[in-house]
Design a protein around this ligand. Sequence first.
Ligand SMILES: [Mg+2]
Length: 121
Amino acid sequence: MNIFFDVDQTLVHIDQDSNVLRPGAHDAMQRIKAAGHNIYVWSATGEPHVRRIVAMHGLSEWVDGMFDKDPRVQPYPDFIIDDDWYLVEKYGGHCVSQYKGHAHDREFEAALQRLTDLGHL
Ligand SMILES: [Mg+2]
C-alpha cells in the first residue's frame, strides 16, 4: 500500500520556539516499511516544507517520496495518517489528534494498531 503521512500537527509540532517530531514516528515508519509498504509524506504547506522536515528529523531512510498535498498526486494514497478528519474520510486511513508537542503522545501507536487490525502489518 501507499501510506501517506501529513506533516503539520501529524508528524511535527512547530511553533516559534520549537520543531518537535511526534513520539513514535521513527518506529512507525520502520514498521510500515518492514511490512513492505511505501511511505510518502505530503503537506499543504508544500514540498519544500516536507523535504526540510523529513531531513531535519532523520526520516529520509524510510520515505519513498515527498509531495505537495495535491488531490492529483501519484501514486494515489491507499491509507493516510492525518490530523484532518475530512481528508481521512476522503482518502481512507487513520485520524490522529493534532500534535501539540507532548512527550507522552501515543497516536502513532494507535495508527500502527489500526494498520495491524486491518491486516496490513
Ligand atoms: Mg496537518
